[in-house]
Design a protein around this ligand. Structure first.
Ligand SMILES: [Zn+2]
Length: 310
């Protein structure tokens, strides 16, 4: 049976409910100094507001080594009743201390890490997050492309992600740098490495609002995770409705996901997580009808994140 692998265990996708398909409660990177999302009190307040607005599930795309807060996610899910999905995988190399990446080099090391985190539990990352409880498992694999292409690190991570997908069934979620490079990602993951396109979730495409390209990659069968609104993505928020209109018109309503993608401390709070499932959802309903809102926030995430876990 297909299930969504949350931090508290496997959940029937029919019970996932209204879902923020791409967001971050915890995230830290040397590229974002002073903007760490590392405050569990703030995260709980956001999550409670999200639940009060009707949110029932949130998928965190923070990969290994970036302060995911596995133990904290489990505690927050228990405290708020919101289903939380954690990620394994790796971001671009610039988000890591080179020593961390050296420790993960070598044949098969990355794939073993991803598989372990999907099937056994998240590994401790250090950095004050001691006590990751055994059994808090990842439910997706995060990878990252580069600007209009893939460097060696991105390719190595994607090869390992594909191996972990084939071993476990886990979906693969992709960061696209400034929204670019999706055709290269699909060529590698699906063309070369044999990952079914419907198991690939393409993120950040709103940052590169080329509607012809969006239609082209949607035709592959992959999911398109449109992110924003959050203060971090304000510059692209105004493309969202035209993007939705173009992709729905082209017959891809079943391939679309929505997420807030709160990536920085400055982006947290007003309007915050509740806006996605509140004001924005209401406006989608007004523009396109309630059926599309239900697909974007409930039916599509239930398919995108469910897997026949091996
Ligand atoms: Zn993100």
């Amino acid at each position: 049976m297909s299930t969504v692998r949350t931090v508290l265990g496997d959940v029937d996708p029919a019970r996932l409910g209204v879902c923020d398909s791409h967001d971050h409660l915890f995230l830290a990177s040397p590229r974002l100094p002073g903007q760490e999302l590392d405050d569990p009190v703030a995260a709980e307040a956001e999550l409670r507001a999200f639940a009060a607005a009707g949110g029932r599930a949130l998928v965190q795309w923070t990969p290994y080594g970036m302060g995911r807060g596995g133990a904290r996610l489990a505690g927050l899910s228990r405290a708020t009743g919101v289903h939380l999905v954690a990620a394994t995988g790796l971001h671009q190399d610039v988000h890591y201390d080179p020593a961390v990446l050296r420790g993960l080099s070598g044949a098969g090391v990355l794939a073993r890490l991803f598989i372990e985190e999907l099937t056994t539990g998240l590994r401790e990352e250090g950095g004050g997050q001691a006590g990751e409880p055994a059994g808090v498992r990842a439910g997706l694999i995060k990878v990252a492309g580069g600007f209009h292409g893939l460097d060696g690190h991105a390719r190595d991570v994607m090869v390992a992600a594909a191996e972990a997908h084939h071993a476990t069934g886990a979906p693969i979620a992709v960061h696209h740098e400034l929204g670019t490079g999706a055709p290269d990602v699909l060529d590698l993951l699906c063309g070369t490495l044999g990952v079914p396109a419907e198991r690939v979730l393409l993120g950040h495409l709103n940052r590169f609002p080329d509607l012809r390209l969006h239609r082209q990659v949607a035709e592959s069968g992959a999911f398109l995770a449109l992110d924003g609104p959050s203060r971090a993505h304000h510059a692209t928020d105004h493309h969202l409705f035209d993007t939705l209109a173009a992709l729905v018109e082209a017959g891809h309503a079943g391939r679309l996901l929505l997420g807030g993608d709160t990536t920085t401390r400055a982006a947290r709070g007003a309007p915050g997580l509740p806006f996605l499932v509140g004001g924005l959802a209401a406006r989608i309903t007004r523009e396109f009808g309630a059926e599309l809102t239900e697909r974007l926030l409930v039916a599509n995430p239930a398919r995108a994140f469910a897997a026949d876990w091996a």
